[in-house]
Design a protein around this ligand. Sequence first.
Ligand code: NDP
Length: 280
Amino acid sequence: MPHIIDGKAISAQIKEELKEKVTRLKEEGVRICLAVIQVGNDPASSVYVGNKKKACAYIGIESLAYELPEETTQEELLALIGELNGKAEVNGILVQLPLPAHIDEDAVIRAIDPKKDVDGFHPQSVGALCIGQPGFVSCTPAGIIQLLKRSGIEIAGKECVVIGRSNIVGKPMALLLLRENGTVTVTHSKTRNLKEVTRRADILIAAVGRPKMITRDYVKEGAVVIDVGIHRNENNKLCGDVDYEDVAPVCSAITPVPGGVGPMTIAMLMNNCVEAGSKR
Ligand code: NDP
């Protein structure tokens, strides 16, 4: 049977480490504060925002919550971000996505000071990652690197195949694997002979957004399989992009859904906040 990579345990370990670091920083007089902005009351966003606030409280990070009505204008949102950019006591600014359709998400992301861009979505953060300079890294792919490293899985020299090229998962994932000296292939909806490509992977990352698409015929015997997808199946149970029951017997390590990649995203957001605060 494969090694089941326990994202819950690894994220708990990271949160403990951060809690200790925040306690030490407090003793030195450094307080860390994250501003979380939500526009409208999309139920899924409210759950994510709630979880982020809970994680902050646990670690000892202050959180400022801005719950703005659905009809907030882009100008009003940009003005709030401008104000928070100017507040020395705010280290991180997070705008929960998606935003209502009348607001240009790119303009909002660009408005956040890159020094406070704890989501790692600002073009400057992405550019820094691309050319190997310091900057914040998108939380989900950063969490996956931690899952691999803390499970003792070597990346250097390995064939790494990423399925998906989104700006928040696929592309930064590929850049991070490259930074760790993996040999990286990025695939997408126009890739020909996808299975042939994915079967080359020693490390296969599925960020495709299609429930249970990745069956064992996409996977090389003994590969490490990381499942980024989150979906609800016909019985309202969570499942990933990988058909876990089918794939688990042929791989050497795999992340479950839930309890794999999911918990790492918040842990890495907290890590980015602590980094933002300690650099102040
Ligand atoms: P997107 O929908 O933005 O991107 C999906 C990518 O998959 C695209 O690049 C698309 O290609 C590619 N793709 C779609 N269909 C195929 C196909 N048949 N064959 C090959 N490639 C295909 O999704 P995200 O990257 O935002 O998210 C991916 C999954 O991860 C989702 O299930 C999402 O819910 C989950 N997620 C989980 C997080 C977590 O914390 N665990 C955080 C973020 C996302 P193309 O570019 O050509 O259209």
